[in-house]
Write a protein that binds this ligand. Sequence first.
Ligand SMILES: NC(=O)c1ccc[n+]([C@@H]2O[C@H](COP(=O)([O-])OP(=O)(O)OC[C@H]3O[C@@H](n4cnc5c(N)ncnc54)[C@H](OP(=O)(O)O)[C@@H]3O)[C@@H](O)[C@H]2O)c1
Length: 245
Amino acid sequence: MSGIGGKVIALTGASSGIGEATAVHLAERGAHVVLGARRKDRLEAVVERITASGGSARGVVVDVTSRDDLARLVGAALEGFGRLDVLVSNAGTMAVSPFDDLRQDDWDAMVATHITGLLNGIGAALPVFRRQRSGQFVNVASTAAYVVKSPQAVYAATKTAVKVLTEGLRQESGPDLRVTLVSPGFTNTEGVGKGGSPEAAAELARQRDEIAMPPSAIASAIAYAIEQPEGIDVSEIVVRPTVQA
Ligand SMILES: NC(=O)c1ccc[n+]([C@@H]2O[C@H](COP(=O)([O-])OP(=O)(O)OC[C@H]3O[C@@H](n4cnc5c(N)ncnc54)[C@H](OP(=O)(O)O)[C@@H]3O)[C@@H](O)[C@H]2O)c1
């Protein structure tokens, strides 16, 4: 199956920002979207927004750090639509801070969300994709996977891990599966710096407000990777505002 219409697409981190914009965009183009995140009210609002305009969406409250939750997300796609064509692993936390602040809970959350969360998605979807002999992983990293800027080392390390895991998965996935890495630069979302040290969060928010691109730029990049014909793997996309150094 090529294109986007009719595809069953599960997406984590769909309650706001890039995930929300991507869910809306893919649903507008005829995909059945199965959306995961922790905040039930925000998730329901996205599902309502899509269904109110005639799209197909359902929400599942998931914490990506839980293996069982990812299995439930994939299970909801299979129960609802009989298959899963794409898993977009987008959930993330940008709680950056200098090492000296010792915000170890934030470090743990970034490791758990970006690395364990991604692996939980692979563990849940890979057997389904193998059985179907088709499927696509779209993993959201960051330009921080390419350039480390203080005080973002832990964030950058976990996003570098996303890049490495995605490339390794791609090498093992052929010939039936597709694996795509999408790395955004500064994007205008509520998540930029959220939960990080106050100084780091304020600085990131300042830069975001100055240079960020809209989340629709990333939604389009994800859609481009998904809409390619079977057998064509868009392996890596980096999208940043032109003014981002
Ligand atoms: N904005 C940027 O400048 C930028 C740049 C590069 C990369 N990115 C990446 O893009 C992705 C989306 O971020 P965003 O900018 O759209 O920020 P956002 O609006 O804060 O979105 C993050 C999403 O992840 C979800 N999430 C966080 N932890 C989760 C968990 N443990 N389990 C399930 N869902 C979880 C959040 O929902 P709940 O809180 O409801 O669970 C939310 O839906 C992230 O991976 C981020 O690192 C963003």
